[in-house]
Design a protein around this ligand. Structure first.
Ligand SMILES: N[C@@H](CCC(=O)N[C@@H](CS)C(=O)NCC(=O)O)C(=O)O
Length: 225
């Protein structure tokens, strides 16, 4: 039986949940504690024991212990090939991996300066002003990333052929951008349609609904800039 250590507002662990859902794989989920004041501290002892980085997601499967969402998604696709979440040819697979990296690293870098918005307000006015200024710059960067994605999608239904890990990772980045008060998808009709279509798939819808519920329970409301 697969066990997944996840967290309510973990972009990376939720990628794995979507992949497990799309593949119809049952799993036992252990939600590690998270709050907006101290984050993941104190860390879940089993996560500390299983992952030298002390992060979620961690997935265990019959004695195998894996961490890092990218490694986990590759394992799941090889161990449970149907339905495939990677394209077939080396070139298409390489492009799919690059899309995932674009989401996980490049879009994440632009999301980080927005993350304070769901946390408690800091007292220091100067630091707050600096955070707000950084967030405005990051919003511009996110809008440029949307433009890039709109062009790459180019009217297609998915980013790498059929539904793939590229769509899962990019969906999570766009979802985080929207929940953190990043740019709306207005003006990006291809991307908006793709996001809406994915959001109707049960595995994506479940994760999106659980994140919205976790935000209501754990996060400070995000004010419009
Ligand atoms: N590259 C890793 C990133 C994992 C990661 O950043 N996890 C966050 C939650 S989304 C975490 O556990 N943070 C706690 C920490 O870094 O101490 C992946 O793809 O799984």
């Amino acid at each position: 039986m697969i066990t997944l250590y996840s967290a309510p507002l973990s972009l990376f662990a939720r990628k794995v949940e979507i992949a497990l859902g799309e593949k119809g794989l049952p799993f036992n989920r252990i939600m590690v504690p998270f709050n907006q004041a101290t984050g993941y501290d104190p860390k879940h002892p089993e996560v500390l024991a299983l992952n030298p980085k002390g992060q979620v997601p961690v997935l265990t499967d019959e004695g195998l212990v894996l961490y890092d969402s990218t490694v986990i998604l590759e394992y799941l696709d090889e161990a449970h090939p149907e339905p495939a979440l990677f394209p077939k040819t080396p070139v298409a697979r390489a492009r799919c991996r690059l899309e995932e990296l674009f989401a996980d690293e490049i879009m994440l870098a632009a999301l980080r300066p927005l993350m304070h918005r769901t946390g408690p307000r800091i007292a220091d006015r100067e630091r707050r002003a600096a955070q707000d200024a950084d967030a405005v710059i990051a919003e511009g960067l996110l809008a440029r990333h949307y433009e890039t994605l709109e062009a790459r999608l180019a009217g297609r239904s998915f980013f790498a052929g059929d539904l793939s890990v590229a769509d899962i990772a990019l969906f999570m980045s766009v979802l985080f951008s929207l929940r953190l008060g990043g740019p709306a998808l207005t003006g990006f009709p291809g991307l908006a349609g793709w996001y809406e279509r994915l959001g109707q798939r049960p595995a994506f819808a479940r994760v999106a609904a659980e994140i919205a519920e976790a935000d209501r329970r754990l996060s400070c409301p995000v004010k419009a800039a």
